[in-house]
Write a protein that binds this ligand. Structure first.
Ligand code: NAD
Ligand code: IPM
Ligand code: MN
Length: 347
């Protein structure tokens, strides 16, 4: 079976890291048909928009999307993200964002005395609503009594589907689910979320579930990461927690993610957790590991379990033995790391 994959390199380091992920997939001899989409900030400067009319339908025709990142200092971030990434996630209803928070052997951990056995979490991020619903507006713009309103939207259906998946994932792992909210200060959406946790928990007697306030959870991730297994949280909270998790697993360049719509035939979108990193773009030094790990997640969801495991093993070998980029203690370039992973994957 030939997989039809759309490559969306985007901006900044996006094209640099995605090229290495594709190289690794090619080394595996995967039967794939690729199309490259040139959407992003350069496209915006040419066409006045981040992607063409009907872009979501274009993407829908593929089996999967492998994405870099978008964002460029020349365009306001809310324009780039609401012009590309967020509409793709929302219109394909990719409601589950799965983000492994695992430290690979050989990658330095910023926590003193901690290692790979301490940092092995799996984050599930609600990816379709919550604080990212895009509901709101501004009135009296530019006047002294200007008002900006940003409304979070939590639906029972949206909450329940992501929590069910969280319990499923916890059942497959170590059986602990941590649900993070802030239902002391915010008394509507997160309170509904907490109630749905209690309801869904009844169907999963094998999973121990705990409700933790998100501020306390951030501290616990640093103090005692080994006490966490699967963590589920709303769109914004999991966004923040997964940058913290990325730091624990060696840095932004290490972290991977999968945007999924379980039970539907919408293509998954696979992307590193990091952004376009304009501060290091164009220098050939970005860490491609998060992008390569995302490609492995993509293989899993394309039904290529064996290829996914081979790629993950190749990535782990290179992280352990080197070469590594400078953000994780090495001196290698993006390409040298990508070449090494491709060589290990193809061997
Ligand atoms: P960022 O993740 O781009 O960068 C944060 C820090 O991490 C920087 O110091 C950067 O150099 C470092 N970093 C990131 N990726 C790295 C890699 N692969 N290797 C080594 N170091 C890496 O976050 P930011 O600076 O907040 O955002 C930059 C731009 O990216 C903004 O426009 C933002 O909106 C956008 N963004 C896009 C996405 C996405 O498209 N998925 C995600 C996050 C941020
Ligand atoms: C991420 C990013 C995006 C998000 C931004 C760029 C909109 O930070 O994928 O983590 O917040 O979802
Ligand atoms: Mn983020």
């Amino acid at each position: 079976m030939v997989h039809r994959i759309a490559l969306l390199p985007g901006d900044g380091v996006g094209p640099e890291v995605v090229a290495e992920a594709r190289k690794a997939l090619d080394a595996l001899g995967l039967a794939a048909e690729w199309v490259e989409l040139d959407w992003g900030s350069a496209y915006y400067h040419r066409h006045g928009r981040m992607m063409p009319d009907g872009a979501v339908e274009v993407v829908r025709a593929y089996d999967a999307v492998l994405m870099g990142a978008v964002g460029d200092p020349s365009v306001p971030d809310h324009v780039t993200l609401w012009g590309l990434l967020l509409p793709i996630r929302q219109q394909l209803d990719l409601w589950a964002n799965v983000r492994p928070g695992r430290l690979l052997p050989g990658i330095p951990c910023p926590l003193a005395g901690r290692g790979p056995k301490d940092v092995d979490m799996l984050f599930l991020r609600e990816n379709s609503e919550g604080e990212y619903s895009g509901v709101g507006g501004r009135a009296h713009q530019g006047l002294h009594h200007e008002v900006a309103i940003e409304t979070s939207v939590f639906t029972r259906e949206g909450t329940e589907r992501v929590l069910r998946l969280a319990f499923d994932l916890a059942e497959e792992r170590r059986g602990l689910l941590t649900s993070a909210t802030k239902s002391n200060a915010s008394r509507y959406g997160y309170v509904l979320w907490d109630e749905v946790v209690e309801e869904v928990a009844g169907g999963f007697p094998g999973v121990r579930v705990e409700r933790v306030l998100v501020d306390a959870l951030a501290a616990r991730m640093v103090r005692d990461p080994a006490s966490l297994d699967v963590v589920v949280a709303s769109n914004l909270f999991a966004d923040i927690l997964t940058d913290l998790a990325a730091a624990l697993q060696g840095g932004m360049g290490m972290a991977a993610s999968a945007n999924l719509a379980p039970g539907s035939d919408a293509p998954g979108v696979f992307e590193p957790v990091h952004g376009s990193a304009p501060d290091i773009a164009g220098q050939g030094i970005a860490n491609p590991c998060g992008a390569i790990w995302s490609a492995s997640l993509m293989l899993e969801h394309l039904g290529e379990a064996e290829a996914a495991a081979t790629l993950m093993a190749a990535l782990a070998t290179v992280c352990c033995k080197g070469p590594r980029t400078r953000d994780v203690g090495g001196t290698a370039t993006t390409r040298q790391v990508g070449d090494a992973v491709a060589a290990a994957a193809g061997a």
